[in-house]
Design a protein. Structure first.
Length: 483
């Protein structure tokens, strides 16, 4: 996947919505041997679960109605509308192809979820005029975050624990030693109202990527109203372009366990009434939960990203429980509400890099969190970087600790794990950020932006007007390879 070295970084960052009109020449692993749909099937058992080589029942129902069903065949779903029931596993060797223009509605009662297991493949390749839509089976107007499960892809690419159980998948593991592994292709896809809470305070993400390899194609994907993270990567090295995280519950782009892929052209837009009890972020990035030095490191690179925070989507925004109440889409399913935190929260040994990007309207710009792991030391040693990143209309530029809304230096943690602060110094995070090549912290009004004609419902101006300082502001320091 070739990176486009454009010079106007916000125009590239906003391409996800504009790109609905583009056609890109991507290649992906083969989806040969597509079979036509019939009512005939061969039944077997897989791990004690009912399994068959045909996943379509009663004409338009995906899954046989069991809590868990295993698909073992190769099958194409013609354009149409289908209902997804239960956890449907695409097993090792199985392939599901979905034709452009198809709508798949996840059933709420049975927690409809698609899980691609290691060796399985999902080919969902829509077009700009006929996207493939995964949405809620609830009536229009009554759809809420968490109405159904979501889409989960698992592969055999490296993971820094070797092998792991996927979040939200009752039986599925991921990880291996095949960086070029293929789990299929997702292109021109929308995933809406996903994130069913499978346990208390544990929801499935909109799109979950477990050890997905570079042989997989991901582009033009929008996740809207997810009940957890919009996108989350656990290991793997898959690349992606043109991603939109729209009004999710928790984090927009969450990276963990050695994810080392590259993501270019991404947009996140927040609903000011929705934030998770854990504190919602644009980026949340860990090497692992303990901040260990496990290899491979989380060392992904994001470029041309635009984060539109809650301060820009609501003029009356307040970062407290009196305001953040879920608004008109609160699912009342037990998912906890909390506060917004940072556009970028990098912690626990992560080596996440971000270039040529804009974040605006968040309480905090960036947190280099030093509670666990060596993220701050790695930043000082040049092992991760934020370059040519502009922060606009932040309450503070940086903070050094989770849930600390003050730009003060954190020198350590006490016996109760509370940060020890020194108010005579600004945070490491703000100082390091402002020293980065091409970085700025400034007002949103100074950017000379205008609304996008591609997304008339997005009232926040995001496209540079003539004379905008963003034009020509991109830089490619340290980027030595295309992707």
């Amino acid at each position: 996947m070739e990176m486009k070295k454009i010079h106007n970084f916000i125009s590239g960052a906003f391409v996800p919505l504009a790109a609905l009109t583009l056609t890109l020449g991507f290649t992906a692993c083969s989806d040969d041997d597509k079979d036509n749909i019939t009512e005939e099937r061969h039944w077997t058992k897989d791990g004690g679960l009912n399994a068959a080589d045909n996943l379509l029942f009663d004409g338009n129902v995906i899954g046989n109605g069991d809590d868990e069903f295993v698909f073992t065949g190769k099958q194409t779903l013609p354009k149409g509308t289908y209902t997804l029931k239960g956890f449907v596993y695409i097993a090792d060797g199985a392939e599901l192809t979905i034709e452009p223009g198809t709508i798949i509605k996840g059933d709420k009662q049975t927690k409809g979820t698609i899980i691609v297991e290691r060796g399985g493949k999902l080919f969902a390749q829509g077009t700009s005029t006929q996207p493939i839509v995964f949405t809620s089976a609830q009536p229009a107007g009554n759809r809420r975050p968490g109405d159904w499960g979501g889409v989960i892809l698992c592969g055999r690419a490296p993971h820094n624990a070797g092998e792991a159980q996927i979040e939200g998948g009752p039986r599925t593991k991921h990880g291996g030693d095949q960086p070029e592994d293929c789990s299929g292709a997702l292109s021109y896809v929308r995933i809406e109202f996903a994130g069913y809470p499978y346990e208390t305070d544990k929801e499935i993400n909109g799109l979950t990527l477990g050890s997905v390899g570079s042989g997989t194609q991901l582009d033009h994907i929008q996740v809207s109203y997810s009940n957890d993270d919009s996108f989350e990567w656990f290991g793997g090295n898959v690349n992606a372009k043109y991603l939109v995280a729209y009004k999710g519950w928790d984090d927009d782009f969450d990276t963990d366990n050695g994810f080392s892929g590259n993501v270019q052209f991404a947009l996140s837009v927040r609903d000011a009434r929705i934030a998770d009890k854990s504190q919602s972020n644009g980026f949340e990035s860990d090497n692992d939960a303990s901040g260990s030095s496990a290899s491979p490191r989380t060392a992904c690179t994001f470029s041309n990203v635009t984060f539109i925070g809650p301060k820009l989507t609501a003029d009356d925004f307040l970062n407290d429980a009196s305001y953040i109440n879920g608004g008109s889409v609160n699912p009342n399913n037990g998912s906890g509400l909390g506060k917004f935190q940072a556009a970028m929260h990098i912690r626990r040994g992560s080596r996440l890099n971000c270039i040529n990007s804009l974040a605006a309207g968040w309480p905090i710009g960036v947190i280099y969190d030093g509670e666990k792991g060596d993220t701050q030391t790695a930043a000082q040693n040049g092992q991760l970087s934020l370059n040519h990143v502009w922060l606009a209309d932040m309450d503070i530029t940086g903070s050094d600790a989770n849930k600390l809304y003050s730009d003060v230096f954190v020198s350590g943690y006490d016996a109760d794990k509370a940060p020890i602060t020194d108010a005579t110094q600004t945070s490491f995070s703000s100082r390091f950020f402002l020293a980065g090549a091409g970085n700025q912290a400034l007002s949103f009004s100074s950017l000379s932006l205008q609304p996008s004609t591609y997304a008339p419902s997005l009232t926040t101006p995001v496209v540079p007007a003539v004379g905008s300082p963003l034009i020509g502001a991109a830089g490619w320091d340290g980027i030595t390879a295309d992707y």
